[in-house]
Design a protein around this ligand. Sequence first.
Ligand SMILES: Nc1ncnc2c1ncn2[C@@H]1O[C@H](COP(=O)(O)OP(=O)(O)OP(=O)(O)O)[C@@H](O)[C@H]1O
Length: 254
Amino acid sequence: MRFGGLTAVQGVDLTVHTGEIVGLIGPNGAGKTTFFNCLTGLYTPTEGTVAYRGTRLSRKPHLVTQAGIARTFQNIRLFANMTVLENVLVGRHTRTKEGLWSALLRTPAFTRAEHHSTQRALELLDFTGLAPKSDHLARNLPYGEQRKLEIARALASEPGLLLLDEPTAGMNPQETRATQDLVHAIRDHGTAVLVIEHDMRFIFSLCDRVAVLVQGRKLTEGTPRTVQADDRVIAAYLGTTDDTTPGDPTGDTP
Ligand SMILES: Nc1ncnc2c1ncn2[C@@H]1O[C@H](COP(=O)(O)OP(=O)(O)OP(=O)(O)O)[C@@H](O)[C@H]1O
């Protein structure tokens, strides 16, 4: 993926298996979010294709969601003036087949689908611990619960792969621990998880595997223990690789 003269992501190949949590780490500007944006159709890669379960993915975000990939964003993107339940229901739209006319005419098929969606959304609120706040406006939730709601909304599309972009950013240690438990529970329910995060303690205790991006390329991939012990990873974070790190054109260590 190129932006003018800058190659933000190049030749990154990453497999996430069902029942696995994979971490994607790398210094600021390494291309992590760009990689997510290429996967989810927000960016059209200047070269290459994106495939999921052997099928080439559409470049339209809602079709990517329909194909089974859901995501959360670095900056929370909730419908602030809608309730918690309504936010999750919005996440169901790619899983409901009823069209505009059946909605306007409130056909029996539409009513059944609506009932099923509400049931499923309530189950997800239970699962994420937000059920007692289902009728609260999203904007009135504390920060940690807003992040949880984003995850619940993403899960509403019943993804096979969930992409989490910095899910613990701005959280206190208690909220971070709760998020870790939630991600484990999601994995245990059979959803593959790929997570970007700067909190290394969180990533190394959460993930089964970790991939490291540096200047848009995959530097290495392995178990948390292997990656933690890799001198090249430490050098990349400190900006002491042979190449200068992005955002540090002098190559000076911070
Ligand atoms: N829409 C865009 N237009 C131009 N350049 C972009 C765009 N999006 C990302 N970039 C550039 O691509 C590079 C990778 O950015 P990206 O946000 O993917 O990195 P990141 O690893 O997610 O960083 P961070 O950890 O700081 O969020 C950066 O140099 C960034 O400035």
